[in-house]
Design a protein around this ligand. Structure first.
Ligand code: BGC
Length: 248
């Protein structure tokens, strides 16, 4: 079943038509800059442009970098605060006339990795952590997702973990790989203590460069890089729409 997947991120909004049975793109990926400020109206306009670009008429799967329950956004760490309380399903449907399934971005990336990437064939407790502007998390128990876990906001040394250990912080503070890894290790140790995962999948754009920093990371659980990289959000969003994962 082919579905349009859209991935809303802090810097770009990207889409592609996905073959959800094979987890591959059927079109090129199209990207439009995230508007600044990223208000609900401005983002909905970009989503509509993507729908037009693909001339899409079916169901749409869409990620959002915040807590999302049944389409309603409940947080806004790295997007315009006007999103809090917004019903994204209703907003996007009103704008485009199409039916949407909106879910958290890390949950979507996790679903894709579990189905087609580094987590396939893995039972037990699997954690997918995405390191980007923030830190996203998805937890799977025998392949079932526990949605909206928000483990990027665990507190470490009196600060939200993503403020200390995200990839954006590495860049902003110009940390070398080893110095960043010290922060990531501290975070991973905390997460492992709380959840005892069997497998940790390290995701986000920076996972492309895992050879630079994996040698400095230490975990009890098996640690592997994500395989679907920047495509994971789009593929996972399409997959979630196929399965209508809105937790009703
Ligand atoms: C948000 C999460 C999101 C993560 C990655 C965090 O700041 O609270 O919902 O999954 O960033 O984008």
């Amino acid at each position: 079943m082919d579905i349009l997947g859209i991935d809303i991120g802090g810097s770009g909004i990207k889409g592609a038509i996905v073959d959800t049975l094979r987890g591959v793109f059927l079109t090129d990926r199209h990207r439009i800059d995230t508007p600044d400020p990223s208000t609900p109206k401005a983002v909905a306009d970009v989503v509509a442009q993507l729908i037009d670009h693909f001339d899409w008429k079916g169901v749409v799967g869409c990620t959002f970098p915040a807590i999302v329950k049944r389409g309603v956004v409940y947080s806004a760490a790295n997007v315009d605060k006007g999103w809090i309380g917004t019903d994204a399903h209703a907003l996007f449907q009103e704008k485009t006339g199409l039916t949407f399934l909106v879910l958290n971005d890390a949950d979507a990336a996790g679903l894709a990795e579990m189905a087609f990437g580094a987590g396939r064939d893995n039972k037990g407790i699997v954690m997918v952590l995405t390191f980007g502007t923030g830190i996203g998390s998805a937890i799977f128990v025998n392949h079932t997702l526990v949605p909206n876990t928000e483990l990027g906001h665990l507190e470490i040394r009196g600060k939200g973990a993503e403020r200390r250990a995200s990839d954006a912080t590495r860049k902003r503070k110009e940390l070398d790989w080893e110095a960043w890894a010290v922060r990531v290790n501290e975070y991973l140790a905390h997460v492992e203590f709380l959840f005892s995962p069997d497998l940790i999948i390290f995701g986000g754009g920076v996972s492309k460069k895992h050879e630079e920093f994996f040698p400095f990371l230490q975990t009890q659980a098996k640690l592997v890089p994500a395989e679907l990289l920047n495509d994971a959000g789009i593929i996972g969003a399409a997959l979630a729409a196929r399965h209508r994962m809105d937790y009703k």
